[in-house]
Design a binder for this molecule. Sequence first.
Ligand code: PEP
Length: 244
Amino acid sequence: MTNKYMYFIANWKMFGGLNSLNSLHKVNKFLKTSKKKSTKIIYCPPSTLIRPMSKKLKKSSIEVGAQNCHEHETYGAFTGSINSLMLKNVGAKYVIIGHSENRQAGETDKLINLKIKSALKSGLKVIFCIGETFKQKRKRRTKQVLNKQIKLGLNKINNYKKILIAYEPVWSIGTGLIPKSNELFQTINSIKKIKRNFKVLYGGSVNPKNINELKSINNIDGFLIGGASQDPNKFIDIIKKTYN
Ligand code: PEP
């Protein structure tokens, strides 16, 4: 890997209780002994775990993020929702926005744009997910789809330093499938061409077995890891192999 900083973002999705926090000890210990000072680890647990996780990681360089937020910038009558201010208040530094699981549940580009604006206003950094479906890929519309998601999602936003783009092909999430290396390189390049200082991560079925292939793609700034991040041994293995 040639990049200055490598991000390893753990998306725990709707998994984990208080006892899952015990697994952080291993990862924290590994990070302390690692010589790679440029490794950035961010854990995005369910909202219920943000506060206890932040407390647990108080002295660690591992940071904590959320998996989504409501678009409303202040408090309001939105039963069951959590806004970016609240996430910041309990220790989140980042928030994932635009994950395909939420897009599939009806989240539009316009809503994503409002959420990103609200998160930035609250002082959170944003992990902005984009990705094409298998049907769109088959029709060779990947570039067009991603450009549109970026254009609409980042409409009237220019604070790019606070935004990490996570390219996550929908067909790759949780399926064990990953894009061909040359295709992934080209897609990441075309995203970076939109704005040269975009940091672009890859997400979708990253695991200890395919990381050797993925790490050889040298324009990737890190990985967003779902399933494999719930097992500290697999997560550490992915990080170790990225550098070896
Ligand atoms: C994700 O949900 O962001 C993700 C990348 O999941 P997985 O690694 O399990 O495919």
